[in-house]
Ligand binder design. Structure first.
Ligand code: PMP
Length: 393
């Protein structure tokens, strides 16, 4: 009961300002408003409150109103939706793209639309819930392989090829909870050799990894070689919506067979305009991606000074909390220090994997990162003094 009470305060803290590097929160403990540094957002490049993006969205409301009130096949397809599909396709080096109301629905539609009885889907053990839920909607078989275990994947491909019509492989460009990458160059090669269709969820790689943030495939030099790329507008673009980018036949097929596309209302034109404006910013302000990367380098070197060797190949940092430590009181410490971070606890992860999912943004200053590192240092020193291991990735 205590946990439930604490977690009610810890989760769903009410943010009463724009999503930016600093946010104003209605403090559940004091009842007062206070500023906090945001380290728990996927607004990696600071587009959520970018003046140009805001202006484009506002202008679109003046022109189009706030929404369309219908699905794409009927009345919910504007010129902005088409332009966004084209922009996504171009950005991902694909022939075409299709939009979904959310990234979650993009995964549902991609899997249920493309796979059928007799097919086999092989996926990484750390696949996102939306991918796993998509598997519930298909009659295709599915098996998981250990996280990034390409040897296991190869064995499964060999084992199931003879009895399967079509083989599909599902991985993530950047894994959402640990922030590590799938080795896409090797995976593309493996799928080619075995004749499997590769689906990459690049929710967290889009806008962040590779040249101009074109995504994980660009990072690994295999742009245009991934068969199906799924992504979302809820991370770097910080609005909502999702997409699938692929060849023209695949996208045309999904327009009729992805039920989460066909039977759900389109994103509003102002959201489409905000994403299009976000693409402009990616193009015209490449320094944002650079600033994010330099923040990652700085954070990594500061963490090393306090004895933490972090991967940080993406803006996601998992601070693992020893199973003997009370994750809720640790969360309170971060909160009281004015640092907004997200606890990931059982049952979302096994108890021994409890952690804070910390994410960095291009807009953070070195002083912001220093405050975060100081708090982490304090905690980790206490865990070490108590003889427990604060393991970090
Ligand atoms: N895939 C991954 C890897 C994600 O992290 C998320 C968001 N948590 C999604 C898909 C779903 O995206 P959305 O929030 O746009 O529905």
């Amino acid at each position: 009961e205590r946990q439930a009470a604490v977690s009610r305060q810890l989760f769903m803290r009410e943010v009463v300002s724009a999503a930016d590097r600093e946010v104003v929160v209605a403090d559940p403990y004091t009842g007062r408003r206070r500023k906090m540094l945001m380290f728990g957002s996927n607004n990696y490049l600071g587009l959520a409150n970018h003046p140009y993006v805001r202006e484009r969205a506002e202008r679109t409301i003046a022109e189009y109103g706030v929404g369309v009130g219908g699905p794409p096949l009927l009345n919910g397809y504007t010129g902005l939706h088409r332009r966004l599909e084209e922009r996504v396709a171009e950005y991902k080096g694909a022939e075409d793209a299709i939009l979904f109301p959310t990234g979650y629905q993009a995964n549902l539609g991609m899997i249920s639309g493309l796979t059928q009885a007799g097919d086999m889907v092989l996926h990484d053990a750390l696949s996102h819930a939306s991918f796993l839920d998509g598997l519930q909607l298909t009659r295709a078989g599915h098996r998981e392989f250990g996280h990034n275990r390409l040897d296991e994947l190869e064995d499964l491909l060999d084992r199931y090829a003879p009895e399967s019509n079509e083989m599909f492989v599902g991985v993530e460009g950047v894994y959402s909870m640990d922030g590590d990458l799938a080795p896409l160059d090797a995976i593309v090669d493996l799928c080619r050799r075995k004749g499997a269709v590769l689906m990459v969820d690049d929710a967290h790689g889009t806008g962040v990894m590779g040249a101009q943030g074109r995504g994980a495939a660009s990072h690994f030099g295999v742009e245009g070689q991934v068969d199906v790329t799924m992504g979302t507008f809820s991370k770097v673009f910080s609005v909502t919506g999702g997409f699938v980018a692929a060849s023209k036949p695949i996208i045309s097929y999904l327009r009729f067979f992805a039920r989460s596309h066909m039977f759900s209302a389109s994103i509003s034109p102002m959201v489409a305009a905000a994403v299009l404006a976000g693409f402009d910013v990616l193009e015209f302000e490449p320094e944002r991606v650079e600033r994010l990367r330099s923040n990652l380098r700085y954070f990594r070197s500061e963490l090393r000074k306090i004895g933490i060797d972090a991967d940080l190949s993406s803006p996601i940092f998992a601070l693992r909390v020893p199973v003997t430590a009370d994750v809720f009181s640790v969360a309170r410490r971060f909160h009281d220090a004015g640092l907004f971070v997200n606890a990931v606890v059982f049952p979302a992860v096994p108890a021994h994997e409890q952690r804070f999912r910390i994410s960095l943004m291009a807009t953070h200053t070195h002083a912001d990162l220093d405050r975060l590192v100081a708090c982490i240092d304090e905690l980790v020193s206490e865990w070490r003094a108590a003889g427990v291991n604060g393991v970090s990735k």
